[in-house]
Design a protein around this ligand. Sequence first.
Ligand SMILES: NC(=O)c1ccc[n+]([C@@H]2O[C@H](COP(=O)([O-])OP(=O)(O)OC[C@H]3O[C@@H](n4cnc5c(N)ncnc54)[C@H](O)[C@@H]3O)[C@@H](O)[C@H]2O)c1
Length: 685
Amino acid sequence: MIPLVANDPPREVIELLERSHRLGADPRNTNYAGGNTSTKALIADPVTGTDTEVMWVKGSGGDLGTLQEAGLAMLRLDRLRALVGVYPGPEREDEMVAAFDFCMHGRGGAAPSIDTAMHGLVSCTNVDHLHPDAGIALATAADGEKLTAQCFGDTVVWVPWRRPGFQLGLDIAAIQEANPQAIGCILGGHGITAWGNSSDECESRSLHIIRTAEQFLVANGRPDPFGEVVEANIPLESTARRARAAELFPLLRGLASTDTRQVGHYSDAEVVLDFVSRGRLAELAALGTSCPDHFLRTKVRPMVVDLPGDAPLEELEKRIRELHQDYRREYQAYYERYATPDSPAMRGADPAVVLVPGVGMFSFGRDKQTARVASEFYINAINVMHGAESVSTYAPISEEEKFRIEYWELEEQKLRRMAPPKALATRIAFVTGAGSGIGAATARRLSAEGACVIVADLNFESAELVAKELGGSDKAFAVSVDVSSPEEVVAAINKSVLAFGGVDLVVNNAGLSISKSLQDTTIEDWDRQHSVMARGSFLVSQAAAKVMMAQSMGGDIIYIASKNAVFAGPNNVAYGAAKADQAHQVRLLAAELGQYGIRVNGINPDGVVRGSGIFAGGWGAQRASVYGVEEDKLGEFYAQRTLLKREVLPEHVASAVFVLCGPELVHTTGLHIAVDAGVAAAFLR
Ligand SMILES: NC(=O)c1ccc[n+]([C@@H]2O[C@H](COP(=O)([O-])OP(=O)(O)OC[C@H]3O[C@@H](n4cnc5c(N)ncnc54)[C@H](O)[C@@H]3O)[C@@H](O)[C@H]2O)c1
């Protein structure tokens, strides 16, 4: 029995997804989330039973390499093509996107992208629109039309720059019809499109265009299109380079966050280091990127530092501040030059990409993935400039066109459709002892609230497991650290800075417990407790506060102290005294760091047995014997002696961390919150 509405996608759709995955897996073919693919097939219309031509096309957003059926828009071709009859002309082409909604087949799948018309109006059954660096190099060469003819003869046709939209679709359809011998086209300033009457034919034509363009650039390109290497800008040796990057990043992140808080990404990829070492760096970077996908993420142009990366730090910092002011002024002027009364408001004048000779590229975005993709896109742009300059002159689309795209109402609508940011979005958290117990629960909670998390622990394996669970390098990063070692703490903070651009939120949680009477406590016991908890949190606060001060974005330092910081528990001299030390650090640092907007607060948990490595590792047994209960009943025992008769779990402490650093208690510093289900003897007064 044939079902009324087919459950399985037709063969053509499966082929389309497979082709998209193959094309999207190779960065030479298209940039991340760039380009789109489509197929057309006849299927039975469940309403009339007659064959209907339907197009499946990658919808707005998402990446070709991981495209799923749900990411495809499904449109009826008869209706889509009928839109040509009502099209009011290029001035009003944006209205056509809303009209696509009336061409949907069934529920229509994903939201159709701006490129939908190009796919639908070209008569071949399969179409690929891609952003390969080699293709864009030809597309942005000053004499791209001539080079395209030289490279492909009449098999690939030149289409002058036009903003993506309905008119571009009409232009390409007309070109395809007029050039039956053509397999595709180079879209001036933008990318490539290929077509075919089967999925395989389309894919092989796309690949043919890309590989032929690559070979053409290699065979005809002149060496050193970026000019000679400038002696002073030769890349610093890798350790010095990363050390300098870690010194500069907090300042750069703070400046890049002047209008909106940002997360950072650092790249010292070879192609970046080469570009920033060349004589023509400033001149070429000023031309900006060209492919709309590129500059929407990288901004119209990067900020270029004009001192060598190993210049004296103070000099470099001073110059960076000046250049940032210049950048903001120029961006404002660019906005004012082109904005019309109905342009969206200016979105922020800070750079998304900063290039530092000898050191590399710093990029910024509303989250780590956006910052990383901005970096990848600028690398695409470097490759494009390299290709175009090697055979011609790099001639990106005009600044006015860039503005029209950057502030395009359709882009604005995309931004408005985005989910509102989470409470801790853009915050970079450094949680010590985060491989286990309270620290791991805190890392999970901060991550769930949108923070980027550094999972720092003496036990690197457990830290890595937690970081992986949180979603890998765009979300969390594991570092190995012994918090009692000043060198290791500084190295761990530097790694965090290189991972996300800085530090905003520290949770001093690493700890251990030795329960012994005064006479049994050895000097080693005393020193160990104090070196991990008192000294360790001092060192972490010191190194992190330095970064926070350089960022000038405020910050939070939270100490996981203990009920035992105020309560004289039995057989607890070393642990209790170290916790009291931590608790007083909260007050001292709150007083000292308030002027930088850094808030310092503490939490006094008690009786967190489940999930705690401290309890599992002997402390539980000792405490159980002190109180005369079975070890596995210790959680219940602690619950029964509380006012609320509730067991405290790691997640409850994590919630208190969130409350202290979240959006509500912003006027609170120097406070301790008890998370102990109510222990009157440990009330704070
Ligand atoms: N569990 C409780 O009832 C309780 C009560 C009050 C306070 N606390 C405090 O909460 C914190 C976390 O305790 P937990 O119960 O989750 O313990 P846990 O043992 O589960 O976690 C502590 C983590 O700290 C790490 N660590 C130890 N020494 C370190 C060092 N030198 N450098 C870096 N990391 C180190 C450990 O590897 C471990 O992953 C501790 O400071 C503890 O004193 C716990």
